[in-house]
Design a protein around this ligand. Structure first.
Ligand code: ACM
Length: 266
């Protein structure tokens, strides 16, 4: 299996330019089974009013990004996960879509909104679930979801092999934390982060790059620069994520003591 990330700098509100940039980067890439793209890859991140969301968002699955990315996955017999600024009725969601060789497979709407996202987006209400494509079981989370390990754990219990983590990270912690998410759940994680500085309405944010792929053995299989546009693809043995045994007597899922964790469900 070949899995990877694409790291780039979206241009705020320039949906067609962003799609062109992504398409030309992917066109030059070698074969992949799964490629993960950043959060809000169609729109950019620093919104100052809902009109901007109205212009840069799209409906799922009948929007420009899903349609064009489906042409790519179809021609390459591959899968892509991409963060999308989604419009649904009068609401906006910070969403992620999984697209396979036959087109749209499923979406996830970010459940833990970060900072000013709460001014513009509705939080998703799940479910956290696993989607199957090309022999891989994939779960999606978006950026700040990383700080709630319960979300990744639920996806691991749903049977995912690979966590597709589309991000626009501004804090410096997630890259290290994802190594823990990998070992504690025995899964691969692919964080696709964006780069660059975006300024709008007096708010300026710099994104941290350093997209990465981690293994169930807590290895950093690939990582990107802080400020470079790049695609990295690695070969993985997906069976590693299907073996939850650490040793003869310890299994990261079966050894859980759920009765001790009832507070988590309150
Ligand atoms: C984030 O959740 N985009 C920081």
């Amino acid at each position: 299996m070949k899995i990877g990330f694409l790291q780039f700098k979206p241009l705020f509100g320039q949906v067609e330019d962003n799609l062109d940039k992504l398409s030309s980067m992917i066109e030059k890439a070698p074969y992949f089974d799964l490629l993960v793209l950043p959060e809000l890859a169609n729109s950019g991140y620093v919104f100052s009013n809902k009109d901007e969301l109205g212009k840069a968002s799209e409906t799922i699955p009948s929007g420009l990004f899903v349609e064009k990315l489906s042409e790519i996955t179809n021609s390459r017999n591959s899968a892509i996960v991409c963060g999308i600024c989604e419009r649904k009725g009068v609401n906006y969601y910070n969403s992620s879509v999984l697209i396979g060789p036959k087109g749209f497979i499923g979406k996830y709407q970010k459940i833990h909104l970060f900072d000013r996202e709460k001014l513009f987006f509705q939080p998703g209400n799940g479910p956290l679930k696993s989607f199957e494509v090309n022999g891989m079981k994939i779960g999606m989370l978006v950026c700040f979801d990383w700080i709630f390990p319960e979300a990744t754990r639920v996806l691991a219990l749903e049977g995912i092999d690979i966590l597709a983590h589309s991000a626009n990270l501004v804090l410096p912690y997630s890259q290290t934390a994802m190594l823990a998410r990998s070992i504690e759940n025995s899964i691969f994680t692919v964080t696709s982060n964006r780069i660059g500085t975006e300024e709008n309405g007096g708010i300026e944010l710099t994104f941290t790059g350093q997209s990465q792929i981690t293994s169930p053995k807590m290895e950093l299989l690939a990582s990107a620069g802080v400020d470079t546009e790049e695609i990295k693809i690695v070969e993985i043995d997906i069976e590693l994520a299907r073996n939850k045994w650490l040793n003869e007597r310890n299994n990261v899922l079966l050894d859980r003591r759920s009765a001790m964790y009832t507070k988590l469900a309150e």
